[in-house]
Design a protein around this ligand. Structure first.
Ligand code: GLN
Length: 304
């Protein structure tokens, strides 16, 4: 199987799909991104890298950052974390409020906004300077010291993030937010504003494709069991209320963000990132999903 020609073939087939989507505009600073950007990057556990398109251009990773925040919190707390969070798919949009009242302020999973806001609260309690710790963690796993937060994007989201504020205050009323809501939201928006290229994102997910260990350095980020469980959460909840359709069409654990990125892994083999900013109605990259579907179809590789 020649992975380079496979991703080049997929790249050439994608343009019509991107044109049907819409770049996220509910965070005003994101609306400036060109809808024509397109990148596909693969890292194999053996150390090979395959790439095509705008793979070196940093973009807003948004909800993909939920995997990094959760990894840091889960590593510290282990199974204790499930007192504050669920591990079921929500079946609702990523910023939905409806389940939270029925479920006493416990978010369905760590990959919807409410869940990631609880994780931000946990990290604020666990680390003296979680903003810096998270940045250093991401720089290390991506092997890229220049990765930054985009303060303009974070501010733009803070200025308009009424729904996330509602989620945080609502959970506070149930006692599931321990720090001041303002601090939790500031950290959550900052985390979402991380900018990374498709090349860095694909590299940064390698520990999830390799039993919790970064293949190039042998650094253990998580135990084998913890990595397995994060992959299970990604397959059930990584694309919000489109996770079932994504599992059906693609069959890989993956996480999306409204910046148009999707990163996924094939266990013990590779990690894959696709970036195309135009989104579908679920807030997932339209061409990104197509690319993932074609990748598992053309290579014959999926977890199923
Ligand atoms: N920062 C975005 C928000 O909270 C992240 C959502 C996403 O990428 N789906 O709305």
């Amino acid at each position: 199987m020649d992975l380079q020609s496979t991703i080049e073939r997929i790249y050439s087939e994608l343009k019509p799909f991107a044109l049907q989507g819409k770049v996220a505009s509910y965070i005003p600073a994101l609306a400036k991104v060109s809808p024509n950007k397109l990148a596909i990057c693969v890292h194999t556990n053996d150390g090979d890298v395959y790439r095509v398109g705008d793979v070196c251009e940093p973009f807003s990773i948004q909800s993909i950052s939920k995997v990094f925040g959760f990894t840091m919190a889960y590593k510290m707390l282990g199974g204790e974390i499930w007192k504050r969070l669920g591990k079921e798919p929500s079946g609702n949009s990523f910023n939905s409020l409806v389940q939270l009242e029925y479920e006493q302020g416990i978010p369905r999973n760590p990959f919807i906004n409410a869940g990631a806001i609880v994780v931000s609260d946990i990290l604020l309690s666990l680390y003296p300077n979680p903003q810096q710790e998270l940045l250093e963690f991401v720089r290390r796993i991506a092997d890229e010291p220049s990765i930054k937060y985009n303060l303009e994007v974070a501010k733009s989201e803070k200025d308009t993030g009424y729904r996330n504020a509602a989620l945080a205050y609502f959970m506070k009323s149930f006692g599931n937010i321990q720090n001041p809501v303002e601090d939790v939201l500031d950290f959550y928006f900052l985390q979402c504003s991380l900018e990374m290229s498709a090349l860095c994102l694909s590299k940064s997910f390698q520990y999830l494709a390799n039993h919790g260990v970064i293949p190039s350095t042998n650094e253990q980020i998580l135990t084998m069991s913890q990595a397995k469980r994060i992959n299970a959460l990604m397959i059930t909840s990584g694309l919000y209320n489109e996770s079932g359709d994504f599992a059906y069409r693609v069959g890989l654990p993956a996480k999306s963000g409204v910046g148009g990125g999707i990163v996924g892994i094939f266990p013990k083999k590779l990690s894959l990132c696709v970036w195309s900013p135009p989104l579908n109605e679920f807030g997932n990259s339209l061409a990104g999903i197509e690319a993932f579907e074609r990748f598992t179809t053309y290579t014959g590789d999926s977890v199923f």
